[in-house]
Design a protein around this ligand. Structure first.
Ligand code: 8X3
Length: 256
C-alpha cells in the first residue's frame, strides 16, 4: 500500500455524500485536497472537518462543472501551489426523474447529460495535460451499476453512466503508454442525497432503501482509497460494488 502524503487530490461534488467522505478519507491518508462543488458554504463544512480531523490543507473551488468556460477559467486561476493535481476523483453526478421516455422532461435529460457526461469530460480535460506533462496521476470516475445495466425508469440516467463507462475505457487506452492510472467505481444502492434529487421527495427517497441496508458514502470512499493506494504497477480498472442486500440493478432483498 502506498501512502498518499503530500499528494494533491481534487474531488468534484465534495460538499456531500460520496464526494465529501472521499475527501475526508483521502485527507486521512495524507492528501491535501481541492474541494470542488457548487455550494461554497457546504464545501467549507467539508474543509473545516478535514482541518480539524487531520490538519490537512484544503482549497475550495466553487465550480459548476456543466459550464465549460467556468471550468477552464477556474482551473486557469488555481494558485500555483494547487496546480499539480495527483489524484482526480470525478464524483459529481446526478439523476433526475424515473419517467418513461415518452413522459419525461427533456430538461432533465439536459441536466443529467451536462453533469454526468459533459461536466466529467470538462474537468478531466482540464486536469489531464498536467498529469501527462508530469507523467503521473490517478483518475477515478464515479460510475454506477446503471453503466452496466438498464432498468425501468433508468433510460437516460443509465445512458449517461454507460457513457462514463466508455469514457473510462477510452481514457485508459489513451493513457496506456503513461504511468497514469484510470479507474471507475460503479456502485449499486448508496444512501446519499441521490434519490432525493432524483425523485424530488424525501419520503419517496427513503422508500428506495426500505427494509434493506444500502451502502453509504464511506463504503465508496474506502474503495477509492484502496484503488489509489495500490502499488504503481497495479491499475484497478473497474469495481462494481453492491450492498449485500442487492444482487443486480433489479434484484434487492428487503426484509419487510
Ligand atoms: C445509482 C445507482 O441503481 O439507482 O447510480 O442506478 S442506481
Amino acid at each position: 500500500m502506498q501512502r498518499l502524503d503530500g499528494k494533491t487530490a481534487l474531488i468534484t461534488g465534495a460538499s456531500a455524500g460520496i464526494g465529501k467522505e472521499t475527501a475526508i478519507a483521502l485527507a486521512r491518508e495524507g492528501c491535501r485536497v481541492i474541494l470542488a462543488g457548487r455550494r461554497k458554504d457546504r464545501l467549507a463544512e467539508t474543509g473545516k472537518k478535514i482541518k480539524e480531523m487531520y490538519d490537512r490543507d484544503y482549497y475550495m473551488l466553487a465550480l459548476d462543472i456543466r459550464d465549460k468556460n467556468a471550468v477552464n477559467e477556474a482551473f486557469s486561476r488555481l494558485p500555483q501551489e494547487w496546480q499539480d493535481i495527483d489524484i482526480l476523483i470525478s464524483n459529481a453526478g446526478m439523476a433526475r426523474g424515473v419517467n418513461k421516455m415518452q413522459d419525461a422532461d427533456p430538461d432533465d435529460w439536459d441536466e443529467m447529460i451536462d453533469t454526468n457526461i459533459k461536466g466529467l469530460l470538462y474537468v478531466t480535460h482540464a486536469v489531464l495535460p498536467g498529469m501527462v506533462k508530469r507523467n503521473k496521476g490517478d483518475i477515478v470516475h464515479l460510475g454506477s451499476i446503471a453503466g452496466h445495466e438498464v432498468y425501468p425508469g433508468g433510460n437516460i440516467y443509465c445512458a449517461t453512466k454507460h457513457a462514463v463507462h466508455a469514457i473510462e475505457k477510452g481514457l485508459r487506452i489513451d493513457l496506456a503508454d503513461t504511468p497514469i492510472r484510470v479507474s471507475s467505481v460503479d456502485p449499486g444502492m448508496v444512501e446519499t442525497e441521490f434519490s432525493e434529487v432524483r425523485l424530488g421527495d424525501k419520503e419517496k427517497a427513503r422508500a428506495v432503501y426500505a427494509g434493506m441496508t444500502p451502502l453509504n458514502g464511506k463504503d465508496i470512499a474506502e474503495t477509492i482509497v484502496f484503488i489509489v493506494t495500490r502499488p504503481a504497477h497495479v491499475q484497478i480498472a473497474e469495481v462494481v460494488i453492491f450492498p449485500t442486500d442487492q444482487a443486480s440493478a433489479m434484484v434487492t432483498h428487503r426484509r419487510n
